[in-house]
Design a protein around this ligand. Structure first.
Ligand SMILES: *Cc1c(COP(=O)(O)O)cnc(C)c1O
Length: 372
């Protein structure tokens, strides 16, 4: 699904020398690499504050802690996403409210968000799933009208651009009150272990969060709030500093691979290719996810396995049906889209090193099988 080795070849020398520097300096935690990465990412994103942390799940949790959300507060998020999004809501004693997604973008449906708002609702967590930005214009309007916080789960969409209705372009993760991202190795900007970050333009919130990530300390050994220990280490920051200048070209390589897939699957009756909303640079293709509409998805996965073609089903079970998150409040009729998507989606190999021949082999095998 990913080719991290091929990508490594292009940054090998830089990584070796910066690793050696970190190790000889012994500044393993919060060293210059971390501080420089933070500044470089702030510049790249055009955001006032980047707060590095241990991983993307922590980033989401810390965002909610930083906003002062309290047990009983309701947080609306998508039924069709990776479990981390809902996990941290539940972990903090907040009440997750899962809502259905749009069938073409796979992202949270603003109409469903509106319908789920109650007097207890405090926040919305849109996930820019598979690299496609959620409908942030509508989500921000709903949030403003109802006095809600917006936390963008940007784990799959770093480097994406969102052109708002006034024509202004924003980097994803910088539109809501807080953005959270992951640097897990397979993400579009991945390190060689775990890493994550929180973004915000709000000075006060940034200050609060800098304490939360560091045991609730704003002054050494004074613990003003309950915090956590969540850090990006210097070796990971060194990897990210080598990759950040290449992020746009990495995302372009993904788009190019997506273009080749799109062309190959054009006019295929039973295959629906992923929608790109707006300008071409909104989608960063963390995944290239098709819908197979003739009931052959599961058989196709098996066929791919037999032919040594990697693929993934993200995600096979709606969150509202997971044992940990099932709740009698939920009504099956409200999750029509997710219930259908889990039967149809398949994600194909997608990374920066995919070449034409690989794509040709994958698409030919897929088309022949689906139409057989
Ligand atoms: C990967 C991911 C996360 C969690 O990131 P980790 O760094 O693995 O903790 C959260 N949300 C989404 C949508 C993700 O894809």
């Amino acid at each position: 699904m990913v080719d991290l080795k091929g990508q490594y070849e292009g940054i090998k020398d830089q990584i070796s020398s910066s690793f050696e520097e970190v190790i000889t300096s012994t500044a393993f935690i919060n060293g210059p690499e971390v501080q420089n990465f933070q500044k470089e990412l702030e510049e790249y994103l055009g955001v006032k504050h980047v707060i590095p942390c241990g991983n993307g799940t922590d980033a989401l949790q810390i965002a909610m802690m930083g906003l002062g959300l309290k047990p009983g507060d309701e947080v609306i998020t998508a039924d069709f996403t990776f479990a981390a999004t809902v996990e941290v809501i539940a972990l903090l004693g907040l009440t997750p409210v899962l809502v259905d997604v749009e069938p073409d973008t796979f992202n949270i449906d603003p109409e469903k968000v509106k319908a789920a708002i109650t007097p207890k609702t405090k926040a919305i967590v849109p996930v820019h799933l598979f690299g496609q930005t959620a409908n942030m214009d509508e989500i921000m309007d709903i949030a403003t009208a109802n006095n809600l916080f917006v936390i963008e789960d940007n784990a799959q969409a770093i480097g994406g651009n969102y052109h708002d209705k006034t024509g202004v372009s924003h980097k994803t993760g910088t539109i809501g009150h807080i953005g959270a991202t992951s640097f897990f190795p397979s993400k579009n900007l991945g390190c060689y272990g775990d890493g994550g970050a929180i973004f915000t333009n709000d000075d006060e919130l940034a200050h609060t969060i800098r304490g939360v990530v560091n045991h609730g300390m704003y002054e050494r050994y004074h613990h003003d709030v309950v915090g956590v220990n969540s850090r990006l280490d210097s070796l990971q920051a060194a990897v990210l500093r080598a990759k950040l200048p290449k992020l746009d070209s990495y995302n372009n390589a993904r788009r190019k691979a997506a273009d080749l897939y799109d062309v190959a699957f054009k006019a295929q009756e039973h295959i629906i290719t992923p929608l790109r909303v707006g300008n071409d640079d909104t989608h960063v293709f963390h995944q290239y996810t098709l819908k197979i509409t003739n009931g052959k998805r599961d058989a196709l996965v098996k066929h791919f396995q037999e032919n040594n073609i990697p693929c993934g089903v993200y995600y096979p079970i709606p969150l509202h049906k997971q044992k940990a998150y099932a709740d009698e409040r939920y009504n099956e009729a409200d999750f029509e889209v997710t219930n259908q998507l889990v039967k149809e989606v398949i994600s194909l190999p997608m990374h920066t090193e995919l070449d034409k021949e690989q794509i040709e082999f994958i698409t030919k095998t897929l088309i022949a099988f689906v139409n057989a």
